[in-house]
Design a protein around this ligand. Structure first.
Ligand code: GDP
Length: 295
């Protein structure tokens, strides 16, 4: 069994020997453990440094409450700072307009199509919305077909896009279709590439001109670790992302990507993909992930 980070912290905070406040030397060892653990989880070194500076600023000089173990007190400071770094409170998905358009963007293989289906299920089950899927990856017939199959399997309507249509025309026609079908939320599955390229960004910008989406969600693969940060930064610069769906978090138990992305870009993480099934989507709760990082 691996010792958890919180156990390491608890074990390494030095006894206070009659002192009433936490000093730098009390937490030196614990800080080392935190630094190592975050770097091992592939958290960006600048993020680690800033995080540790903030923890130190809060901990050093803090009065130790009587009868409270200083190790526990320090662990709580670390936990609270992790929660803040991950965004504080959960951020809800915005589906106020009717129909709302949620644009799903991201690199190929990140889990965009799967996440579209997952989000559809969430919106229907939790928010009672009527959801329609709109495939807009006209370069890959297989991608259109994949979304159509997911729609059929899960009882969703899917707009009949074809590879001959332009993405903007797909969206315009899908909007008319949504009104006719009384659909509340359109989930637009856009084209992905293996790498970011200008042509793709231009296409996504053009789609944004057709209608202002209520959400532009970047689907990013947590397994990419720090690389996911630069992907998020580029998409954010060009499109103004409103949120993130972090996928494959089931393979990134240490939560490194979430910490780096949130701290470096400020984009709220709204959902986490935790498996391949359509039901494997969780609303992102900063405190839960902070707990997992410490456990
Ligand atoms: P797209 O190219 O971005 O549309 O990616 P896909 O939706 O086709 O997903 C690519 C692969 O990642 C598929 O094999 C999915 O089953 C898998 N996948 C997507 N999300 C998750 C997730 O949260 N966890 C795991 N383990 N696999 C996922």
């Amino acid at each position: 069994m691996f010792e958890s980070l919180s156990d390491k912290i608890l074990g390494s905070v030095k006894k206070l020997r009659g002192q009433a406040t936490i000093s730098e030397s009390n937490i030196e060892e614990a800080i080392k453990e935190i630094r190592m653990s975050l770097l091992e989880a592939d958290v960006n070194f600048k993020v680690v440094k800033n995080f540790i500076d903030r923890v130190k600023a809060k901990a050093i000089g803090a009065e130790v409450i009587k009868n409270v173990n200083p190790g526990q007190m320090f662990t709580k400071i670390v936990h609270d700072e992790l929660v803040q770094t991950l965004g504080g409170d959960k951020v809800d998905v915005n589906v106020r307009e009717n129909p709302s358009v949620i644009m799903m963007v991201g690199l190929q293989g990140a889990g965009k199509t799967t996440s579209t289906a997952k989000l559809g299920l969430y919106l229907r089950q939790k928010l009672g919305k009527k959801v329609g899927f709109v495939p807009a990856d006209i370069y890959r017939p297989a991608a259109i077909e994949q979304l159509q199959i997911l729609a059929k399997q899960n009882g969703f309507s899917c707009f009949s896009s074809t590879t001959e249509m332009k993405p903007e025309d797909i969206l315009t026609q899908a909007l008319a279709w949504a009104k006719k079908e009384m659909i509340d939320v359109l989930l637009l599955d856009t084209a992905g590439r293996l790498q970011i390229d200008d042509e793709l960004m231009k296409e996504l910008e053009d789609l944004k001109q057709v209608i202002t989406p209520t959400e532009i969600l970047l689907v990013a693969d947590a397994m990419l670790g720090q690389q996911a940060v630069s992907v998020a930064e580029t998409f954010h610069q060009r499109l103004g992302l409103t949120g993130l769906v972090l996928t494959k978090v089931d393979g990134d138990a240490r939560g490194g990507a979430a910490l780096s992305i949130r701290e470096m870009t400020g984009i709220p993480i709204k959902f986490m993909g935790v498996g391949e099934k359509v039901s494997a989507l969780e609303v992102f709760h900063p405190d839960r992930l902070a707990g997992r990082i410490l456990d």
